[in-house]
Design a protein around this ligand. Structure first.
Ligand code: BEZ
Length: 213
């Protein structure tokens, strides 16, 4: 195994950087200020799975905007390759990748974010998705290999679950979907336990109680 480099973890401050992107030079923290961010990598431009994924993100532009979320892509390709690919997909399909895509040709951002996983590829980023909150804290990380595309429904669901949990100080159970009941934190005192027993929460046991928002 290669030397283990420190990978970003859930709860870490998202490492800041400035990079060349398809929309110009971009500073990550400035771009994300006050918004959630979904920061994702793809292995290579002009490849089929990546094209479907990037089209998926582009077609959900309104969803992400309505949920105060900025999109940021990355691959270890040149800015010229990015521009040619974005233009080709636009001409062939009418779908335009309007969000910035980092040209991480020196691999610096990929390495910082653990997107370059040498056991999978020495030269191409894996399919990573970082969910970063408005305070620049990493809240969820997904890593997919080169040969399996991501699931846009799950990306959207996870984003809404993170936002819901954060706003309402609750947790989201297995397979939670927007509109469904959420889990309220377990009581931490005997008094709170007694209150809970008399509450109208949906309760499996004192530590597993749900409510509607
Ligand atoms: C693809 O996006 O289709 C792909 C990219 C790199 C390796 C394998 C597949």
């Amino acid at each position: 195994m290669d030397t283990i480099t420190q990978m970003p973890r859930i709860g870490d401050n998202a490492p800041d950087f400035t990079a060349v992107t398809t929309t110009g030079m971009l500073n990550m923290s400035t771009y994300g200020k006050g918004s959630w961010m979904v920061f994702f990598s793809h292995p290579a431009d002009f490849t089929p799975v990546c094209t479907t994924e990037m089209m998926g993100f582009a077609m959900e532009k309104t969803f992400f905007e309505e949920n105060n979320t900025k999109l940021l892509g990355l691959s270890i390709d040149s800015i010229h390759a990015h521009i040619a690919w974005v233009n080709a997909v636009h001409e062939k399909t009418g779908v335009l990748f309007e969000f910035p895509i980092i040209a991480d040709i020196d691999m610096s951002v990929s390495k910082t974010y653990g997107m370059l996983q040498p056991g999978e590829s020495e030269t191409a980023a894996v399919r990573a998705v970082f969910f970063i909150d408005p305070e620049q804290t990493i809240r969820l990380i997904m890593y997919y290999p080169l040969n399996v595309g991501r699931n846009m429904d799950e990306i959207k669901r996870a984003l809404l679950a993170l936002q819901t949990a954060s706003t309402h100080k609750v947790a989201c159970p297995l397979n939670w979907k927007p509109g469904e009941k959420v889990i309220v934190p377990a009581p931490k005192t005997l008094e709170a336990l007694a209150e809970r027993k008399n509450s109208d929460l949906e309760m499996v046991d004192w530590y597993l109680a749900k409510k509607s928002l």
